[in-house]
Design a protein around this ligand. Structure first.
Ligand SMILES: N[C@@H](CCC(=O)N[C@@H](CS)C(=O)NCC(=O)O)C(=O)O
Length: 181
């Protein structure tokens, strides 16, 4: 079975890359060249119709959207590696946090960074949207959601959440959230 992972560094593919490493899977990293528009080629659009990274091909199956890729990896390989809980209370927590980080935390943070800050990846001031800059208002809510649940996450038995990689990511995410606000 061949796994091919399509991405480039410092993108929405980072979480998937981390999961592949954490799972210890054999995979080929196909690094697309954004400047050359390789993510818009007909060949790549056949894998990811949305023309963005990441995408993953696992045998005959094509996956796009980082959340769907993560859930696929968790379902197919996570249980045997002790990184994804069986159906039950812990699975409910794992699903909730995995979805939350992708659909709540990430979009608000990105829009705030692009429009509300002067970070290296922020848009030039004339291209910024005031409405998107106000996404910063969602950041305190994300911080308090994280803080209120820190003990649940810390005491969780999912191996992923106990791993050194996760802990260091969690620390740097909390630090960036605080620095942003
Ligand atoms: N919801 C998507 C977001 C993917 C996404 O925005 N990818 C960016 C890189 S971080 C991309 O490929 N951008 C290329 C473009 O928009 O042309 C996911 O989670 O997979």
């Amino acid at each position: 079975m061949t796994i091919r992972f399509y991405s480039w560094p410092q993108s929405s593919g980072s979480g998937v890359h981390w999961a592949l490493e954490e799972l210890g899977l054999d995979y080929e990293y196909v690094r697309l060249n954004r400047t050359k528009g390789e993510h818009r080629s007909a060949e790549y659009l056949a894998i990811n119709p949305n023309g963005k990274v990441p995408a993953l091909v696992d045998g005959e199956e094509c996956y796009f959207e980082s959340l769907s890729i993560l859930l696929h990896l968790a379902e197919r390989y996570g249980a045997m590696k002790g990184l994804w809980p069986a159906a039950g209370k812990q699975r409910a927590e794992a699903l909730g946090w995995t979805t939350w980080s992708t659909t709540e935390l990430m979009p608000f943070m990105l829009q705030y960074i692009y429009h509300g800050l002067d970070a290296p990846m922020s848009f030039d001031p004339p291209d910024r949207s005031k409405a998107a800059a106000e996404y910063s208002l969602a950041i305190p809510h994300c911080i308090s959601t994280c803080s209120r649940s820190a003990s649940v996450i810390a005491s969780s038995s999912w191996a992923l959440f106990r791993s050194p990689t996760f802990r260091s990511q969690q620390r740097s995410a909390s630090a960036s959230l605080r620095a942003c606000h």
